[in-house]
Design a protein around this ligand. Structure first.
Ligand code: 5GP
Length: 193
């Protein structure tokens, strides 16, 4: 057995529909908690947004590079999140290194990916982030203005589907107010340390 995996896996899986504000919430949790947290940086075939840096937000790679990694077993899980076309995947080496160094490794992934991780790491802590209501979610997605209309509609459709899976997660946080939501998030981690 791989030595690294003898450590108690401390994986934290965070899911929730696109536009719910997971990124902002996690940023707040990372800066306020003072806990040993490390974000897993996924690989994706999506094109970077203007503010996104390669290796920081994602490893932005081509379809061909992604398939090579997939075939080589480099992903703990990977899915085409919004129907066909764009791949996202959690890099095994990244996660194992973080765990071996004693971090809580945070995966911000979709519901399908979360289910796959739960099979491999039954001790993973799972959190679902919900919008206060679907109207707010729609407004946030539209307000972001980074997607084409078609991509936006795809995200909205996937978002509504994802909301039906909230009950499969151990914890549910409603992202109605960032300070309150971050506090709840930090409490959950502390309870599981
Ligand atoms: P975005 O394109 O807005 O950065 O991300 C879209 C969605 O992809 C997010 O809601 C996130 O949960 C999901 N995602 C990001 N990385 C991964 C990954 O490595 N695996 C899976 N399954 N989903 C991911």
């Amino acid at each position: 057995m791989n030595n690294k995996l003898k450590l108690k896996p401390r994986l934290l899986v965070v899911s929730g529909p696109s536009g719910v504000g997971k990124g902002t919430l996690l940023k707040r949790v990372f800066s306020q908690s003072g806990l040993p947290l490390r974000m897993s940086v996924s690989a994706t075939t999506r094109k970077p947004r203007p503010n996104e840096k390669n290796g920081e937000h994602y490893h932005f790679i081509t379809d061909e590079q992604f398939q090579i990694k997939k075939n080589a077993g480099e992903f703990l899980e990977c899915f085409e999140v919004f129907g066909k076309g764009v791949w996202y995947g959690t890099l095994r080496a990244d996660v194992e290194a973080g765990l071996a160094e004693g971090y809580f490794v945070v995966l911000e992934i979709d519901v399908k990916g979360a289910n796959e991780i739960k099979k491999q790491f039954p001790d993973a802590i799972t959190i679902f982030v919900k919008p206060p209501d679907t109207k707010t979610l729609k407004e946030r997605l539209q307000g972001r203005g980074t997607e084409t209309e078609e991509a936006m509609q795809n995200r909205l459709k996937t978002a509504i589907e994802e909301l039906n899976h909230a009950a499969e997660f151990q914890y549910c946080i409603i992202n109605d107010e960032i300070d309150r939501a971050a506090e709840q998030f930090i409490d959950i981690i502390k309870k599981n340390m």
